[in-house]
Design a protein around this ligand. Structure first.
Ligand code: FAD
Length: 141
């Protein structure tokens, strides 16, 4: 079956905290695993950047459900494309908080004009490479 990757960015509503992120991750793991969705959700500087991988139907259904969530607004689709293989296959959904750790800020700076996390101003390729590097960082921890 064809595999798809979807990447979007959105703005967290005021007051979203680390515990909300954990709540979203737990719910996502529970929902995504049975339908074969894998991916990663990064959150920092009031922005979410998420990648979803799976069949076209399940990725579309999951994205549509996420769009209705009141914990974020102004979602913008960055990429929806057919892929040969998964990059984030180990995770039903890994949530990563983009904090001030120098290693994380260096990865942001590598793909952006500053070390502020602003995926809205990054290209699709930059977003994907950023997510891949963050994944490598967390896999090696
Ligand atoms: P329930 O958890 O029972 O939720 C019912 C309704 O309440 C939904 O409309 C939900 O949006 C809303 N809701 C639940 N908790 C809260 C809360 N604390 N504050 C405000 N509204 C709330 N879900 C996935 O399945 N996979 C994902 O990969 C995924 N990624 C997400 C990424 C982001 C940035 C966000 C904000 C949410 C994400 N979610 C994801 C959650 C998704 O939006 C739905 O909340 C969830 O899938 C609904 O699960 P449920 O059908 O079991 O309903």
């Amino acid at each position: 079956m064809a595999l798809y990757r979807l990447i979007y960015v959105s703005q967290a509503v005021a007051g979203i905290s680390y515990s909300d992120l954990i709540d979203i991750m737990q719910k996502s793991e529970k929902n995504n695993m049975p339908v074969g969705i894998t991916g990663m959700l990064s959150f920092g500087d009031s922005m979410f950047l998420q990648v979803l991988e799976g069949s076209r139907r399940t990725v579309s259904q999951t994205y549509n459900r996420i769009l209705g969530d009141k914990r974020h607004v102004n979602a913008e689709l960055i990429e929806f494309s057919e892929i040969e293989h998964r990059d984030f296959g180990l995770w039903s959904m890994k949530a990563v908080q983009i904090d001030n750790h120098p290693e994380i800020r260096n990865i942001i700076l590598k793909y952006s004009s500053s070390s502020t996390f602003s995926p809205i101003s990054m290209t699709g390729k930059q977003c994907l490479n950023f997510l891949r590097e963050i994944m490598d960082l967390y896999q090696n921890k």
